[in-house]
Write a protein that binds this ligand. Structure first.
Ligand code: DWN
Length: 384
């Protein structure tokens, strides 16, 4: 682990600490037993020059991503979302025989929705195996400038490069941009999806702050970064996923489009971090007070990374929330890091009167699976 002292988008050093979640375990490091886990500082800093928001401490990527618990395919809604993204952009940018590359391809869910020449790149060996078994050619490794050079030699340039909820996980964004600049065909498009930090603040989505998420983007810092590499934003679309995201299309050239300029102007208003911190604290108190009234008669639904953050930040142990269920096989039989709730298969939900949805961004899909549940279903998002 090391402390980053400069902004990874504008390279400035005018950073201010704006939120401190204290010592937190790695959000996706589900435990095989109720062992004591490593904890790391989790602080958020804002760049006063370009508006970038990023973690102070950087935990080594191989610690977090080479054996990964999260499966993109765990949500049919997200699988459909990425299929739509892939098909729309393949139709728009990829000629017959053209190549599509996905950075952070996880279990191959997104690439499995198209039949063009395709290549996944992901550092998690367990996920790459799943992808290859479903017929998606996948390189196990981190996307870097040197890997981009290799792929360009072996596969040719890509007409479409996709990176959804990936850029925020990467420390050296300049290296990624140099790799994209090499790999991307002159007429190609680099399509990325990232949560927007202003929605994190306005919707008090503090549980999306964890060590995997090194960066919390806005258009202004990304525009600064891409300009440095001869890349320009040519389209911006808002998306509901993951609490409010932007889908950016980036292509070779200079000068971002008018949408980007409008977004940048809208982001110049100073952020009210003090009000955000107060909302986090009141949200925590409301949730704990609600759980106390349930006296342990409640099961958590979903063991997302954000559950680890929320339960640890709120100090919610097994006395208040005895257990959690999750449909992901490699999470079942494990424990939530830090608070040690056991994780079971959703099939075991039986004698409880309350379900607390921890994966709030999947509330609709989860509720659709609970139509026969006769107790009370509550989402953590109801506590602000
Ligand atoms: O950025 C990231 C996002 C994209 O995905 C990664 N760093 C890690 C991960 O974050 P997350 O774990 O918060 O993602 P989700 O999609 O909110 O996780 C949902 C969890 O809920 C999964 O473990 C699967 C589970 N689930 C379930 O048990 N039943 C989900 C659905 C839809 C269900 O019906």
């Amino acid at each position: 682990m090391f402390m980053r002292t400069d902004c990874r988008c504008c390279r400035g050093t005018n950073l201010t600490e704006v939120f401190d979640l204290g010592q937190q375990p790695l959000a996706n490091a589900f435990l095989r037993s109720e062992q004591l886990e490593l904890k790391y500082p989790l602080t958020l800093k804002e760049c006063n020059d370009c508006g970038m928001v990023q973690l102070g401490h950087v935990v080594d990527a191989s610690t977090m991503f080479t054996d990964y618990s999260f499966l993109t395919g765990s949500s049919q809604y997200m699988a459909d979302h990425f299929a739509k993204l892939m098909n729309e952009n393949a139709k728009r940018y990829v000629p017959e025989g053209g190549l599509v590359v996905e950075i952070g391809s996880n279990d191959g869910t997104a690439l499995s929705s198209i039949q063009t020449r395709r290549l996944g790149i992901d550092p998690a060996a367990n996920l790459s195996d799943i992808a290859r078994k479903r017929g998606v050619p996948t390189i196990t490794g981190f996307f870097t400038e040197s890997l981009a050079n290799e792929v360009t030699k072996t596969h040719g340039q890509a007409h479409l490069i996709v990176a959804c909820n990936v850029l925020g996980h990467i420390d050296d964004l300049d290296n990624i941009c140099r790799g994209v600049k090499t790999l991307l065909h002159p007429n190609g498009a680099f399509v990325v999806e990232v949560p927007h930090v202003n929605w994190l603040i306005s919707k008090t989505e503090y549980d999306t702050i964890y060590h995997e998420h090194l960066s919390y983007f806005a258009v202004r810092p990304l525009a600064t970064l891409f300009s440095r590499h001869g890349l320009r934003i040519t389209q911006i679309e808002t998306q509901e996923v993951h609490g409010g995201s932007l889908r950016l299309t980036i292509q070779h050239g200079m000068g971002h489009n008018s949408q980007a300029i409008t977004w940048i102007e809208g982001e110049l208003k100073p952020r009210d971090w003090s009000a955000f911190r107060q909302r986090c604290e009141s949200s925590k108190q409301r949730l704990v007070d609600w759980l106390v009234t349930k006296d342990g008669d409640v099961v958590g639904y979903g063991a997302p990374a954000k559950a680890t953050v929320r339960l640890n930040y709120c100090g919610i142990g097994t006395n208040l929330l005895p257990s959690v269920v999750d449909s992901t096989p490699n999470k079942q039989g494990h424990f939530i890091p830090g608070t040690h709730q056991p994780i079971y298969d959703p099939k075991v939900i039986s004698d409880t009167n309350n379900i607390l949805i921890l994966a709030w961004n999947h509330e609709k899909e989860i509720r659709s699976k609970l139509i026969n549940f006769t107790g009370q279903i509550t989402s953590v998002s109801e506590f602000g």
